[in-house]
Design a protein around this ligand. Structure first.
Ligand code: NAD
Length: 258
């Protein structure tokens, strides 16, 4: 049975780039009417064009995912226009700077937590009631392998991504009996345009990073997006409150035999 989202309405945040763009395309390719949101208007317009040129349906919205009034208005617009919400991929996020905890600017910490964690809370706060009215649905929240590990110099990112899974588990518990499944997606090193550009500037670091991944390569964004699609599909109907790690084996631990 192939995945079919015909007649379903899906929200994708961070849809203007990287994993979010590929997920928006992948949901639309299965028939979903996608509402893509981002602060990157040019990227959003490109995503919309990719979807509509392929025969899919996409609306876009300029949205700061951490702004409560804006999130509420975005979901109210979907309710008004489409009358339902079946899928939400709460995916927008930023990495933040790299500093030891004692040097981490507090305002930067607050900003990373605001965009990566408060956004997921706000997204679900407004998505869940509309999903309930729609008769159920599925939510996927993007964390990271940093939700499982302690990457030095990335305290705000790691804390926010650990928090994403905590929120996910609470939402899954509160909604399992109401036909809404909530799960976390934890990507590993993914070759989004920004990562590819950084790698080109620092090829030695990129080679080291790839060597440290058992798969010996980063993920293509579509490989992560397909996991989000599966988590939100009927094929994952009994998967609730879990974190799906898609990392080329990065967090297996242990050693390869010589
Ligand atoms: P990306 O930079 O290509 O895409 C992120 C998108 O989020 C951008 O389009 C950006 O404009 C948008 N965004 C940022 N702040 C926003 C805000 N306040 N409101 C709305 N949109 C906002 O990066 P990506 O790699 O596709 O990241 C997607 C998610 O995957 C993020 O949550 C990121 O933390 C996570 N992730 C990425 C990797 C990786 O290696 N690329 C690894 C693990 C987790």
């Amino acid at each position: 049975m192939s995945i079919d989202f015909e007649g379903k309405v899906a929200v994708v945040t961070g849809a203007g780039s990287g994993i979010g763009r590929e997920a928006a395309r992948a949901f639309a390719a299965r028939g979903a009417h996608v509402y893509g949101a981002d602060v990157n208007d040019r990227g959003l317009a490109e995503t919309q064009a990719l979807i509509t040129n392929a025969g899919g349906r996409a609306n876009i919205a300029h949205l700061d995912v951490a702004d409560e009034a804006a999130v509420a208005a975005f979901i109210a617009r979907i309710a008004e226009e489409s009358g339902r919400l079946d899928i939400a991929f709460n995916n927008a996020g930023i990495t933040g700077g790299a500093h030891r905890i004692e040097d981490y600017p507090t305002s930067d910490f607050d900003n990373v937590v605001r965009i990566n964690l408060r956004s997921v809370f706000l997204g679900m706060k407004y998505e869940l009631p509309l999903m309930r009215k729609s008769g159920g649905g599925a939510i996927c929240n993007t964390a990271s392998v940093a939700a499982l590990t302690g990457p030095g110099a990335m305290c705000a990112y790691a804390a926010s991504k650990h928090g994403v899974h905590g929120l996910t588990r609470v939402a899954a518990m509160e909604n399992a009996a109401h036909g809404i499944r909530v799960n976390t997606l934890a990507p590993g090193w993914t070759e989004t345009p920004m990562v590819v550009a950084n790698s080109a500037q620092n090829p030695a670091f990129a080679a080291l990073a790839r060597a440290a991944i058992p798969a010996k390569r980063g993920a293509q964004p579509i490989e992560i997006a397909e996991a989000a699609v599966w988590l939100c599909s009927a094929q994952a109907s009994y998967v609730m409150g879990q974190m799906l790690v898609v990392d080329g084996g990065m967090t297996i631990g242990g050693f390869e035999p010589s």
